[in-house]
Design a protein around this ligand. Structure first.
Ligand SMILES: Nc1nc2c(ncn2[C@@H]2O[C@H](COP(=O)(O)OP(=O)(O)OP(=O)(O)O)[C@@H](O)[C@H]2O)c(=O)[nH]1
Ligand SMILES: [Mg+2]
Length: 369
């Protein structure tokens, strides 16, 4: 875009100069009165043209030196590139789908799922299958949505981790809560401990391995005291083994762990080593539903080293883009066990269910019916 400033004794003359130099397509950016160096009052007009004028083409500007491009600009360029590639790839999928399945509701459903954070490849696959389930029927948008949901649920699993556990189980079942910093591991453990103790009448013990963060032990000790559940802290593998031995008469042991940046594989390895050669443990990977799709994907990939039992998604109340969470359930074969729905302990937790997942998509349906 070319921007120029013109001065003349009258506004008409200034505008005439703009027209002469930049042509009739010029856009006026600002205008007003200014004082010239000789003290005369003049009219000043700033105008822009988003292409070079025909008459006096100025020499093309020299390309900026690589080092003069600031990190901020580079970041912007990267962002634009990835946005463009998303648009292009999604357009391809969408165009293919429209050509294959030109039925009512495809475009609306496709776009509303994309807006909710669903991965476009997942949408493409599921919508394709949904459309073939309809077997060439004309159908309406609501039927397409139902077929889409059936396909989605056929690729998702839910788990009931404590179903078979009773007072007469013998040795305790051990479950740990692992995952990134601040996702709600400790809070979720406390919510589940309350459910197991008061609703299921099970004898439980809690062990904290989180001596990394100041205050972490006190946070969990407070919950354990309120729930009147035995609590132990372990700073090493040997202390952990001993704590488990001390709790060996319980039905269940819940283990809280330190939140780390698990995009770093080394952190997963360190954590995993504490559980090696010990009592069989079911690991719950706790993740925030408000996290970004790719970060969730990478974290889960790194945790594959730990043989996860299932996933727990917290903070489902803190996002309207539940697609990022659902992408992981479609991508990976891990079942979903629980969902954290708020900060209150013990109320804000739910068993994972199709009904709840469906509620994240319902506005899509109401738009289409
Ligand atoms: N809105 C909302 N907040 C939650 C939920 N679960 C936990 N939180 C909040 O998230 C914050 C962190 O919770 P913690 O349980 O301390 O998280 P953590 O994963 O144990 O954190 P670290 O041990 O430091 O890694 C607290 O303010 C919790 O109240 C949830 O489902 N919804
Ligand atoms: Mg914690």
């Amino acid at each position: 875009m070319q921007v120029k400033t013109f001065r003349a004794p009258t506004m008409e003359k200034a505008l005439a100069q703009v027209k002469k130099e930049l042509g009739p397509d010029a856009i006026i950016l600002s205008s007003g009165k200014v004082m010239s160096s000789s003290g005369e009052s003049q009219f000043e007009v700033s105008a822009a043209l988003d292409r070079q004028p025909q008459s006096t083409p100025p020499p093309p500007p020299a390309p900026p030196a690589a080092e003069s491009i600031s990190a901020e600009v580079k970041g912007d360029i990267r962002e634009i590139k990835s946005f463009l590639s998303l648009l292009i790839s999604s357009k391809d999928h969408f165009t293919q789908l429209q050509m294959k399945e030109p039925r009512p509701g495809v475009a609306e459903l496709y776009h509303s799922l994309l807006v909710r954070g669903f991965d476009e490849k997942q949408i493409y696959i599921l919508l394709n299958r949904a459309a073939s389930d309809l077997n060439g029927e004309a159908g309406d948008a609501a039927r397409l949505f139902d077929a889409f949901c059936s396909q989605m649920f056929s690729s998702m699993r839910f788990s009931r981790p404590f179903r078979g556990i009773s007072n007469s189980s013998g040795s305790p079942a051990v479950f740990s809560f692992v995952g990134p910093t601040g996702v709600g591991k400790t809070t979720t453990l406390a919510k589940i401990a309350a459910y197991l103790k008061f609703k299921r009448q099970l004898d439980i013990g809690i062990i904290s391995l989180d001596t990394y963060r100041i205050g972490a032990v006190d946070q969990l000790r407070t919950y354990a005291n309120i729930l009147e559940v035995p609590f132990s802290v372990a700073q090493s593998k040997s202390e952990f083994d001993k704590a488990q031995k001390d709790f060996s008469h319980f039905d269940l042991i819940l283990v809280d762990t330190t939140g780390r940046n698990f995009l770093n594989r080394e952190h997963v390895r360190q954590l995993s080593s504490i559980f090696e050669n010990g009592r069989k443990t079911g690991h719950f990977l706790v993740l925030s539903a408000a996290a970004k799709d790719e970060d969730l994907r990478q974290t889960i990939l790194h945790f594959k080293a730990m043989e996860l039992h299932s996933l727990i998604f917290t903070k489902i109340d803190e996002t309207i883009h539940h697609g990022c969470m659902l992408n992981q359930l479609l991508r990976f074969d891990y079942p979903l066990a629980f969902m954290g729905t708020g900060q209150r302990v013990p109320e804000d937790i739910e068993q994972a269910s199709q009904k709840r997942i469906l509620s994240f998509l319902l506005p899509v349906r109401s738009q289409n019916t």
